[in-house]
Design a protein around this ligand. Structure first.
Ligand code: ADP
Ligand code: MG
Ligand code: MG
Length: 479
């Protein structure tokens, strides 16, 4: 196999790599492909202070066009599936009933959900901004879903920019690598998400209403969010609040009586877009939980609603993979087949046989708690130790987790750039496909695939988050 076919640059290209890295990092600075620098303590709170280019891969990762098409086709089906499942409150409550006993965070989310069921709260306008993540399993050459994110799906902003960076670099240096920039698919994730938020505002139909983004008090990934805000402000004629300090608490104290419309600074909030609230750390006190409840009770469009949030849990992913469950929610047999084809092995831990297999061969499994944001899963020998410990604890301790088949993508050589330094490494990649869904009662206003995100990490690393420091941002090159 030639060096280029393996994704490895030939000699002339290798010589140009240093120059390319400088070009690329300068491009990042000029185009806002940046994150807060950990080394600067103010970088997560003060915009414009302590910036560094986002970690990226120097060239895009190869992906067969057939798999790309398959992933794109799945987006509207998953969007619809999330919506259908979200309407079945009993399914969500029942599926998570054991998890609730042993996982406080899930239990608090379910409590809000139960309260909404009790008052028969209807969400007529439903907005989903999701990202479904996949890896290409090398043994079967099939695209398998890692997870579906229904809350706070990150990097629509920076991800779109990486595609642009790669096209620019290929236009300049592509001849050295036999690459053509047209093979990097266009990526409009941030403007598409902005469009979906704007359309939800439109459906809410109050001209003076605002969109509110809820963010974490410290966020080194704030520029990804500012990109979305920029698209909204430039393209749509209404106001946006981008909160930056303890948002859930502040909003709660500003307006702590329930009333139908959620009001901030005298303005009705039409859409609440959560870029926080997915981890227990975002709820340091009861005030944040009260705020979440208050928002849920209000008439604002929640992105996501508590139901959408719950549909994205690992436990529900596992329940949906059980025989006959998809058929409860979808009628179209072709769509069911397409979705099922991308499901990896997923098991609940009441299956004693599978627990035994995972203790015997832990390297073939990933043990997942009900958490988001990277860095929470258990791999390798720790799977065995954790399972044995949980079995000893007895009770429902195992119910906090699910087991998943470990996917092994084929590794290839990439140049990863972090802090201005380029390293060649053996890497594997994860493809994320964004989906936007908006519905108003019976009318589906929007159901689209909305751009993509490629993330690449050294093949020896178990976890994959960019923000968590494991992976770099990437785009894709169709083959
Ligand atoms: P989170 O919600 O925290 O992002 P994920 O399920 O996406 O949780 O897991 C985090 C990372 O762990 C993924 O980005 C991926 O790199 C790795 N991972 C998760 N599940 C698997 C799996 N079944 N096989 C291989 N790697 C996995
Ligand atoms: Mg993930
Ligand atoms: Mg996730």
């Amino acid at each position: 196999m030639s060096a280029a076919a393996e994704g490895r640059p030939p000699a002339a290209a290798a010589a140009a790599a240093g120059e390319m890295v400088r070009e690329a990092t300068a491009w990042c600075a000029l185009h806002g492909l940046v994150v807060g620098d950990r080394a600067d303590p103010r970088s997560g709170t003060v915009p414009g202070v302590g910036l560094v280019h986002a970690p990226f891969s120097l060239l895009p990762t190869h992906l067969p066009e057939s798999h790309w098409r398959q992933a794109c086709e799945l987006a509207p089906i998953f969007n619809e599936l999330v919506d259908r499942v979200s309407l079945d409150g009993d399914f969500l409550q029942d599926s998570l009933s054991k998890t609730k006993q042993v996982d406080d965070f899930t239990s608090r989310l379910l409590e809000i959900h139960r309260k909404m069921m009790e008052i028969n709260k209807e969400e007529n306008i439903r907005l989903g901004l999701h990202r479904s993540d996949y890896m290409l399993d090398s043994e079967t050459n099939s695209l398998l879903q890692i997870e579906l994110n229904t809350i706070s799906a990150s990097f629509p902003g920076l991800g779109s920019l990486v595609s642009e960076l790669h096209r620019t670099l290929i236009d300049q240096y592509g001849h050295l690598f036999c690459l053509d920039s047209k093979r990097v698919p266009g990526n409009e994730a941030s403007s598409q998400f902005a469009k979906a938020l704007a359309r939800a505002w439109n459906e809410f139909n109050v001209d003076s209403a605002v969109i509110m983004m809820i963010v974490q008090p410290e966020e080194r990934n704030m520029y990804d969010q500012y990109w979305l805000a920029k698209h909204l402000k430039e393209s749509y004629p209404f106001m946006l609040f981008l909160s930056s300090t303890c948002p859930l608490t502040i909003h709660y104290t500003w307006h702590n009586d329930y009333q139908e419309n959620f009001v901030r600074d005298g303005k009705t909030v039409s859409v609440v877009y959560f870029r926080a609230g997915y981890t227990p750390n975002d709820y340091p006190s009861e005030a944040e939980w009260a705020a979440r409840l208050l928002l849920e009770q209000s008439s604002a469009v929640k992105c996501p609603s508590i139901s959408y949030h719950l549909v994205g849990t690992k436990k529900i992913q596992q329940e949906l993979a059980r025989p006959k469950v998809l058929e409860r929610f979808l009628e179209n047999k072709e769509e069911i087949t397409k979705i099922r084809k991308c499901f990896a092995g997923l098991w609940s831990l009441d299956d004693e046989e599978i627990v035994k297999s995972a203790i015997q061969k832990p390297e073939l499994f990933v043990l997942k708690p009900q958490r988001e944001g990277g860095g929470n899963n258990i791999y390798g020998i720790d799977v065995r130790e954790t399972l044995i410990r949980l079995q000893k604890e007895g009770g429902d301790a195992l119910a906090a987790y699910i087991l998943m088949q470990r996917i092994f993508p084929k590794a290839s050589l990439s140049n990863l750039v972090r802090g201005g330094v380029c390293h060649e490494a053996l890497t594997i990649s994860e493809l994320g496909i964004y989906g936007a869904y908006l519905r108003n009662n019976d009318k589906v206003v929007m159901n689209e695939q909305s751009g993509y995100l490629m993330r690449t990490k050294v093949s020896s690393s178990d976890e994959g988050g960019v923000a968590a420091g494991f992976a770099v941002l990437d785009s894709l090159y169709l083959t």
